[in-house]
Design a protein around this ligand. Structure first.
Ligand code: GLA
Length: 750
């Protein structure tokens, strides 16, 4: 039993292998949060909550009336924090009552423990992988005077060290009310001094980790862009001051949601830390008629004493097996070639067949036709929404193109941007009200695009019908689902003025509904998420799309930081990564092919260049890279991932993947600049079996000139070292004077 309700002392304890979480309803029904950290046992940990009259922190009537001025919600750690009833910190629920007041006072009523993991209708949510003993706790909270019920859902995954949280709010009264804020996670720490790491970014530079002390007042980040965004990822890590990559206490959080979110951290007047994580309230107002409920998406939480990398490995295992679903979850996905950077909008069907033929000869397994195959789309100015193939441009029908690609022995994939519409499109001319715009005002354009109103069911049905017919007629087995702008000017013709605040969330639900319909109709379909690169990289999308294009920035040196930052939360096999042309189209940088391929291998691995323009040597290098990827696939994509040096560190970024059974490891090292008279880079490896011996082999086999041979001399005889030595003394990373050189060192247990 991982959830224990101790009726004697009133505690409810949630246990995973290496973490414990506890709550307890107190004498007036406040649901106290008493612990999240190392395993807790069933001891009542509420003893540590110190009550004191602190002035200006009011007392609930039932306490104040008996002159107990030490009891105040303003200082108690709680599972759910309500706005307007004496807790002045960031709150997790705010509701406008029919009389206009905003106060809510939720008190414990009941709880229930059930085997298995709860589901969230219409929303992505984690699930149990086979029989791993997951359990659900539902705590019922009520405010009978306001006529509101809140059910707090906790999913416990004992083997994965994960606890999830979601919440359902119900109007049990007799008149309509409006939910103004709904955050499924409220987490209070009564003591401790912490840092908060978030992941900020922008287009072409997504998910840069930033660690800052939690200070007095509220620190927050989030998105009001309609999607989770490039600018802040819906994830965070709280850590003790002394926590490092390898040790120290850390708590990780990620939202299974692709819409607008807000993460708040607040240090209060007595140095307690509160974290609140949920839907961003700025664009959110949800009307609940009597009897109606609103269910939030869920937050995934994990705890580790092994520093940041402990958090990352727990998230990786969980996302790989308990978020990502379907037939592509566990198997190697096709090595694809995408024509975007090869041709942009300038292609024909014959050109794609040429690319596919050459690619096939190199070992590539799927051709993806990117933007520009539909309507009159020859630039990014027009035609979004006109999802009918442009046969004149292609010079053939889509089904013929699909057939010719498949006849080569390759799979065929196709690009869509379903949630947008061009003003210059037949769809807009037929349905101007399907574009998101406030009546009487011109909406903002972005990349010349407007937003399609995915909050409407008729629009969702249209997109489902269109996409299904293209997929069925062309025999594609892969879809790249793009979304190339942020949402603004929010308004939907489908809702009255009083409900416009529902649009942002309904938009996300609409996207989920379409994704779900596609996967129901085509269960084998592999969908890759994308949003101007990695603008919607979150667990909500990963539930439908096992991989997401990590960034439009394909420069392998810039990618080091993007993939490094992403790796704090997301596993390698979710990060879309391609080998592209050199010089790189975003930065103009020249890099060796082996470096581009080494970096892309710690992603889903594909290509995005014109193979018909490559030299024989480059083609040979691609064949070699594909061979290495296939050989090392399981270690790279399903193993444990360790960040060994940061990209802004010693000039050489090093990371390691270890096969789950510890029998094999791959160390990848990329030099981000050349140095004369170098200082050698040493790194201690991780995750190996201390008592085992490993043979070390250097990839690539060719090590260049005399200098290369000198630097690589140690590795030339395939030395054997014990795991213990490799994890303590470590290895040095060979170097030679070629710019942006990279190495992969393979370790095999003997
Ligand atoms: C976005 C994507 C690119 C490409 C273009 C097509 O920018 O991130 O990979 O698909 O759109 O317009």
């Amino acid at each position: 039993m991982s959830i224990v309700y101790n009726r004697e002392n009133g505690t409810i304890t949630l246990n995973t292998r290496h973490s414990g979480y506890q709550m307890k309803a107190d004498e007036i029904g406040t649901l106290l949060h008493t612990w999240y950290g190392e395993p807790a046992g069933e001891e009542d940990l509420s003893y540590a909550i110190f009550r004191m009259n602190r002035g200006f922190s009011g007392n609930p009537y039932e306490k104040g009336s008996i002159d107990d001025r030490s009891y105040s919600l303003d200082q108690l750690p709680q599972e759910i924090s309500c706005f307007g009833t004496g807790d002045y910190r960031a709150s997790s629920v705010m509701m406008r009552q029919e009389d206009g007041s905003r106060a809510l006072r939720l008190r414990f009523r009941d709880c229930e423990i059930q085997p298995g993991k709860y589901t969230l209708p219409g929303l992505p949510a984690s699930y149990e992988d086979g029989k791993e003993g997951a359990e659900t706790l539902t705590v019922v909270m009520e405010d009978p005077e306001a006529g509101v019920k809140a059910e707090l859902f906790y999913g416990v995954f004992p083997e994965k060290d994960v606890i999830t949280r979601a919440m359902r709010i119900t109007n049990t009264g007799t008149a309509a009310k409006t939910l103004l804020k709904a955050a499924p996670m409220n987490l209070d720490f009564i003591s401790g001094d912490y840092d908060l790491t978030g992941f900020y970014g922008k287009w072409a530079k997504e998910r840069v980790p930033e660690r800052e002390p939690v200070r007095h007042g509220i620190q927050s980040f989030g998105s009001v862009r309609g999607s989770s965004s490039q600018h802040h990822n819906p994830s965070a890590i709280l850590s003790e001051k002394n926590a490092t990559e390898t040790q120290g206490k850390c708590w990780g959080f990620t939202f299974v949601y692709s819409g607008e979110f807000l993460f708040e951290a607040e240090k209060d007047m007595i140095d307690q830390t509160r974290l609140v994580f949920g839907i961003h309230p700025d664009n959110f107002e949800w009307v609940l008629e009597p009897g109606e409920s609103f269910t939030t998406p869920e937050v995934v939480m994990t705890y580790s004493e092994e520093g940041f990398s402990g958090i990352s490995r727990r998230f990786h295992d969980f996302i790989r097996k308990n978020i990502v679903r379907g037939p592509w979850r566990d198997c190697r996905r096709p090595i694809l070639i995408n024509n975007w950077e090869a041709t942009y909008f300038n292609f024909t069907g014959e050109k794609l067949v040429d690319i596919a033929k050459t690619a096939k000869d190199l070992g590539i397994e799927m051709l993806v036709m990117d933007d520009g195959w539909f309507g009159l789309r020859n630039s990014d100015n027009n035609a979004l929404g006109d999802w009918d193939p442009n046969e004149e441009k292609l010079g053939m029908s889509l089904s013929e193109l699909g057939k010719r690609i498949r006849e080569l022995g390759m799979r065929f994939g196709i690009w869509f941007e379903p949630e947008t519409i061009s003003e210059d499109s037949d769809l807009f001319r037929a349905h101007p009200d399907w574009a998101v715009a406030i009546p009487g005002r011109k909406p903002d354009l972005s990349r010349h695009e407007l937003i399609l109103d995915m909050s409407r069911e008729d629009v969702q049905d249209f997109i489902i019908e269109k996409m299904c017919s293209v997929i069925a007629s062309s025999g594609v087995s892969y879809v790249k689902w793009d979304f190339n702008r942020s949402v603004c000017d929010k308004y939907t013709h489908a809702l009255p003025a009083s409900r416009q605040g529902e649009m942002a969330h309904r938009f996300v639900l609409g996207t989920y509904r379409v994704l779900d319909a596609l996967l129901t109709r085509f269960p084998e379909l592999l969908i890759e998420g994308c949003s101007g690169g990695g603008g919607r990289f979150d667990c909500g999308m990963l539930y439908y799309t096992p991989q997401i294009w990590c960034s439009d920035n394909t420069d392998p040196i810039e990618r080091l930081m993007i993939q490094y930052g992403s790796s704090f939360i997301y596993p390698v096999n979710t990060m879309g990564a391609h080998v592209s042309a050199s010089p790189n189209h975003q930065t103009g940088r020249n890099t060796p092919m082996e470096t581009r391929s080494a970096v892309a291998m710690s992603g889903t691995f594909g290509y995005e260049l014109d193979p018909t323009k490559l030299t024989d040597a480059e083609k040979e290098e691609i064949r070699r890279g594909i061979g290495v990827f296939k050989e090392l696939y399981e270690t790279l994509q399903q193993g444990d991932y360790y960040r060994l040096t940061p990209p802004d560190g010693p000039g050489c970024t090093v990371f390691e993947e270890v096969k789950k059974d510890g029998s094999k490891a791959v160390v990848t090292a990329v030099y981000d600049h050349v140095r004369a008279n170098l200082t050698p880079v040493y790194t201690a490896l991780r995750g190996l079996k201390a008592e085992s011996s490993y043979r070390l082999r250097l990839i690539p086999g060719h090590i260049g000139d005399e200098r290369g041979r000198l630097f690589a001399a140690f590795y030339m005889n395939e030395p054997v070292l014990t795991g213990r030595t490799l994890m303590s003394r470590g290895i040095y990373i060979p170097h030679y004077s070629k710019e942006y050189q990279s190495w992969q060192i393979v370790l095999e247990e003997i």
